[in-house]
Design a binder for this molecule. Structure first.
Ligand SMILES: Nc1ncnc2c1ncn2[C@@H]1O[C@H](COP(=O)(O)OP(=O)(O)OP(=O)(O)O)[C@@H](O)[C@H]1O
Ligand SMILES: [Mg+2]
Length: 416
């Protein structure tokens, strides 16, 4: 196994840092190692303490290294947060080749041309994603390589972020002795992994509910159309439990993970547990019903806020919702979401051994996006389903090209 076939993603979340080692064989991704560490130094997805964050990254990476027995030197780092912005842009160039055949170099130049946008000084470009190419006025071209023409245009989405957030993230990873191969917008990666091509075409909202933030990514006409991040997540649920049961956050988190249920109707009155009252050694017994009575209204509220935010973003007619992130792993969350959002809702659970948990969608999505960005034109090993897609939708194709290309050659990622 050559080193070229191993890629590592880093998802730095509010509650956990996750390093995932993927092995790419004939275009098929296998997950061969996972390292997780509790996050310290992250609040609501933002780095607030560099040294603590570096420690958490090191710990997650060492964990993954030990599992696989390799040394990790380079990582693809996920980025998300309320500072992320999308803007449309166009680039136009004259085809350089004398015989007017469009080549890689023209695509790079037109992409560079699309990058020329007015940005406030505190913002920076993270990625350029092509929506379509136009060759001599002919629209809707996904891959113009090899076509004949004199004028090449690209319609692209520019992904930008706040310089401070980007630089702090890069700094932490570099201080953990890792080289950042690329920053990957988690919305893009997770969308490619978790959504079918049809879903990406038909206006679907991918909702990642983590510990400290909820990210809404709207896919429409095959592209990522809008993103928004709200400062809400599983921490709210844990805090409500701590308050409601008058116990400390650690215990509240433990009972949430073990007995949590978001639907009072599904909770059992004969499932009981004990927690210590805060400031005393007295234990008090509660039932799963008591717990669900605390959790259900909060989970309802989270989906109401998400629904409102999607309206505010200007999307009133979303065809369906796909849920990811650790918080949606709780029994009953899907049902609450279905009733609050009043639409088709499903969970995205990665279909890889050892990581069948919606909390891993982001980290695996990063790997998936890297493979897709660097893919050749071939096809994937048949039958491999990367997530629990609806049965009717085939898994997307993935193939790895030897050697990873530069960012601007990545422009076909959204057309698959
Ligand atoms: N089985 C479960 N039941 C209930 N809650 C769960 C379960 N598994 C994970 N969670 C909750 O999910 C949250 C963590 O989710 P995730 O790992 O996606 O977040 P993160 O990436 O660390 O944070 P963020 O994305 O908000 O920055 C925590 O609040 C945790 O309590
Ligand atoms: Mg997360």
């Amino acid at each position: 196994m050559s080193n070229n076939d191993i890629i590592v993603s880093l998802d730095i979340g509010t509650s956990k840092v996750r390093a995932i080692i993927g092995e790419v064989n004939n275009g098929t991704l296998n997950i061969i190692g996972v390292g997780s560490a509790d996050s310290e130094g992250i609040r609501k997805g933002a780095i607030v303490d560099v040294d603590q964050t570096v420690q958490s990254i090191r710990s997650a990476v060492e964990h993954a290294e030990r599992m696989v027995g390799i040394e990790i030197t380079e990582v693809y780092v996920g980025i998300s947060g309320s500072h992320i912005g999308l803007q449309s842009s166009r680039g136009v160039v004259t085809v350089s080749n004398e015989d007017r055949e469009i080549g890689e170099e023209d695509i790079e130049r037109v992409s560079k041309a699309a990058e020329v946008v007015a940005l406030p000084p505190e913002r920076e470009i993270i990625d350029v994603v092509a929506k379509q190419f136009v060759v001599d006025g002919l629209e809707g071209i996904q891959d113009p390589r090899g076509m004949i023409g004199s004028r090449l245009e690209v319609e692209a989405t520019i992904v930008t972020g706040a310089k401070t957030a980007i630089h702090n993230l890069l700094r932490c990873v570099e201080k953990a002795d890792l080289k950042v191969k690329e920053l990957v917008l988690i919305s893009l990666g997770a969308g490619q992994l978790a959504l079918t091509k049809d879903e990406r075409t038909m206006r679907t909202a991918l909702i990642d509910i983590g510990a400290g933030q909820a990210t809404i990514s709207i896919f429409d006409s095959g592209n990522l159309a809008a993103v928004s991040t709200l400062p809400i997540g599983g921490e709210y649920v844990t805090n409500d439990i701590a308050y409601g049961l008058r116990t400390v956050t650690d215990q509240a988190e433990k009972v949430k993970l073990k007995y949590g249920c978001a639907m009072m109707a599904d909770a059992a009155e004969d499932v009981v547990f004990k927690v210590n009252r805060i400031g005393s050694s007295i234990e008090k017994e509660y039932t799963q019903e008591d717990l669900a009575a605390i959790i259900e209204p909060r989970v309802q509220e989270i989906f109401q806020l998400i629904h409102q935010e999607i309206y505010r973003m200007g999307y009133r007619d979303v065809a369906g919702y796909v849920l990811s992130g650790g918080t949606v792993a709780m029994p009953g969350v899907l049902q609450v979401a279905q009733s609050e959002l009043a639409a088709a809702v499903r969970l995205a659970v990665p279909d890889y051994i050892g990581v069948r948990d919606p909390a891993f969608t982001s980290g695996i999505g990063i790997l998936y996006s890297v493979i897709r960005k660097n893919r050749g034109r071939g096809s994937v090993a048949p039958g491999k389903k990367p997530v629990n897609r609806p049965k009717s939708s085939p898994a997307p194709e993935t193939t790895q090209k030897t050697g990873f290309l530069e960012k601007l050659k990545n422009m076909f990622s959204e057309f698959i």
